[in-house]
Design a protein around this ligand. Structure first.
Ligand code: ZN
Length: 204
């Protein structure tokens, strides 16, 4: 399986990082080895001093597809989860400055948190108005709503399927809202989707 991530999909997060607003989705991949195993803490790698949490709505693909028209995108997923796109912001800044790819900053081991359980679409309200939050040490840090996405889930599926064949079990991370911040040893991150606790991660 592969993880496809969308960057810069929420205007306020683009502003907080002083990035340019893209004219088409920013896309990058994480390998399967980046998935943080369940019940494992996240260990801050020794080569970075600035790992940020990015909480994101995650879509699980359930059909193989390519060149998907956005009006048919809904047929390619049944379940929604929540994840963290951990980002070594210091390394990413170096890569961006040199015009290099971001993989070292985003695709390292443990950089992809994904909730163990996913929620069926049929148990969720309108997918284009889903609330999700990230709490750090029980303090609200990121407060998102999918209505603020620049590209909606169905648009993202259509877009990325022009480049990558989507396979069963692939995950799409749909971008993070504002409020990203550095994680430190001892922090506990908790993700909430539509009022349900989805994961709790200890930082070491
Ligand atoms: Zn992200």
């Amino acid at each position: 399986m592969k993880i496809i991530c969308i960057g810069r999909n929420y205007a306020k997060h683009i502003e907080e990082l002083q990035n340019e607003r893209p004219t088409e989705p920013v896309v990058f991949l994480k390998p399967d080895t980046s998935i943080l195993l369940h019940k494992q803490p996240f260990f801050i790698p020794p080569w970075t001093n600035d790992v940020h949490h990015e909480v994101e709505v995650v879509v699980k693909i359930n059909r193989i597809g390519k060149h998907i028209d956005s009006k048919f995108s809904h047929k390619y997923y049944d379940e929604i989860g929540l994840g963290i796109d951990f980002t070594a912001r210091d390394i990413q800044a170096q890569c961006k400055e040199k015009g290099l790819p971001w993989e070292k900053a985003k695709a390292f081991d443990g950089a992809a948190v994904v909730s163990r359980s996913f929620i069926s679409k049929s148990d969720l309200p309108e997918l284009d108005a889903l609330d999700f939050q990230l709490f750090k040490n029980d303090v609200l840090q990121q407060d998102g709503n999918t209505s603020h996405m620049l590209w909606k889930i169905d648009d993202i599926i259509s877009y990325v399927s022009q480049f990558f064949t989507l396979k069963i079990g692939d995950l799409i991370y749909t971008g993070t809202p504002a409020g990203v911040s550095k994680v430190n040893d001892g922090d506990v991150l908790r993700g909430v989707l539509n009022g349900q606790n989805m994961f709790e991660i200890k930082i070491k």
